[in-house]
Design a protein around this ligand. Structure first.
Ligand SMILES: [Zn+2]
Ligand SMILES: [Zn+2]
Length: 92
């Protein structure tokens, strides 16, 4: 799993889970301003800095919402259909 560093390694600006941040392949993390100043090159390893994906939720919350979604899907699936399912499938 990607390490989500909480601050820019150059200027110390906050790079929280939902903030714009740039990382290199070694997960050196920089804010957008510093990345621009360095022209997208990591000063530590000379690698490319790319936009880091944001992460809205922690792992636990993600699992919970996945569970909730699959439960909801199951409920919808079990809900009585207006027509018998047999006619929908089969032909074609
Ligand atoms: Zn910075
Ligand atoms: Zn680097």
């Amino acid at each position: 799993m990607l390490k989500m560093k909480k601050q820019c390694e150059k200027c110390g600006a906050a790079t929280g889970l939902m903030d714009v941040a740039y990382i290199c392949s070694y997960e050196c993390t920089f804010c957008a301003d510093c990345t621009q100043q360095m022209q997208g090159i990591c000063p530590n390893c000379s690698g490319n800095l790319v936009l880091r994906p944001t992460r809205a939720k922690g792992p636990v919350e993600t699992v919970v919402s996945q569970l909730k979604n699959s439960l909801l899907a199951r409920i919808f699936h079990l809900a009585p259909a207006k027509r018998p399912v047999m006619s929908a499938q089969g032909s074609r």
